[in-house]
Ligand binder design. Structure first.
Ligand SMILES: N[C@@H](CCC(=O)N[C@@H](CS)C(=O)NCC(=O)O)C(=O)O
Length: 328
């Protein structure tokens, strides 16, 4: 675990001293957008036109933020148009790594050994954390974006004119945007990032604050999902998928490793059925790898789990019936 300073790798854990033990996530630095015609998007510069075969996505199967992008790639039928490389789940002194020679964990474009080499290829003096996901442009040899919230919006619509893309699916429909944004905002703060705020806190009060905010939000989501099948509207939207990637990791990792242990998702009737409902959407199960998820957190975060022992349980069955059809 470390970061780049002026293009040089430094092995260091998150610095929570200056924030009194509170974990604060660093903002992503590459914020350009792929658009249908290459015009600039909401941030960054233009020149990134949606083209089949031009872009490459770097992910970890363990990472909830990268997971969002894999789900959108699958739902939108982008597999043939946006290629993927997967880093190895162990993220230790060199940060995210590839394993040249291991086809499952190779950098298919450069055969780099470390993810930080990709960042310095894009910006030789880069300072900051080296995170996944990354959307890479083969044409200009740079990082388009390392912000998952933006990448899923690009995948949702920018490639729609390309043959074979599922252009009929819109997970961020115009009339629902304000509601989706409002749900996203709370879910991000209290749930997606909330589990990390609890797990990475180095002061008791900061952990407890995050814990309370997290379960208060999960109670609110449970109530909302007891009356409706999806968080906003009558089809799954971005809001559902953004919640999904945290829920699927919760009982296996966040409950124990991050001490988010008031209750499991399995103990919430609506949230657990909602989780199974989304898991059973075509193409989604293939994006879920519980083995890599557990391995990454328990092995990589040695300040939390110094023995690096990976728990065997819990038993999880996301394929069981969800019974939520009648809520549609
Ligand atoms: N804002 C980023 C956050 C991505 C992120 O923090 N990814 C984690 C993995 S789950 C990571 O790569 N962490 C490495 C580090 O912080 O050094 C996004 O949503 O794309």
């Amino acid at each position: 675990m470390g970061l780049l300073i002026d293009g040089k790798w430094h092995d260091q854990w998150y610095d929570t001293d200056k924030t009194g033990g509170k974990f604060e996530r660093e903002a992503a630095r590459f914020r350009n957008w792929v658009t249908a015609d290459g015009a600039p998007g909401p941030t960054g510069k233009g020149g990134f036109r949606a083209e089949s075969g031009r872009y490459h996505l770097y992910v970890s199967m363990a990472c909830p933020w990268a997971h969002r992008t894999l789900i959108f790639r699958a739902l939108k039928g982008l597999e043939a148009h946006v290629s993927v490389s997967v880093v190895h789940p162990d993220m230790v002194e060199n940060g995210w790594e590839f394993r040249p020679g291991d086809d499952r964990h190779r950098d298919h474009l450069h055969d780099f050994q470390f993810m930080h080499q990709l960042y310095t290829r894009a910006a030789s003096d880069y300072s900051g954390r080296v995170t996944v996901p990354v959307l890479w442009d083969r044409q200009t040899q740079t990082i388009v974006s390392n912000e998952s919230a933006d990448i899923i919006r690009m995948f949702n619509s920018a490639f729609d004119e390309i043959d074979g893309v599922n252009s009929g699916l819109d997970c961020y429909p115009e009339p629902l945007r304000a509601d989706i944004d409002a749900v996203n905002d709370r879910v991000y703060r209290a749930v997606n990032n909330g589990v990390y705020k609890a797990g990475f806190a180095t002061a008791q009060d900061k952990y407890e604050e995050a814990y309370r905010e997290l379960f208060c939000a999960l109670d609110w989501l449970e109530e909302r999902l007891s009356a409706q099948r999806y968080l906003v509207g009558s089809q799954p939207t971005e809001a559902d998928w953004r919640l999904f990637t945290t829920l699927i990791r919760f009982d296996a990792v966040y409950f124990s490793h991050f001490k988010c242990n008031r209750q499991r998702i399995d103990d919430y009737p609506a949230l657990s059925a909602f989780l199974r409902d989304l898991y059973q959407v075509d193409g989604v199960a293939d994006t879920v790898d519980i083995g890599q998820i557990k391995r990454h957190y328990y092995v990589s975060q040695r300040t939390i789990n110094p023995t690096q022992i990976v728990p065997v349980g819990p038993e999880l069955d996301f394929s069981a019936p969800h019974g939520r059809e009648q809520l549609s």
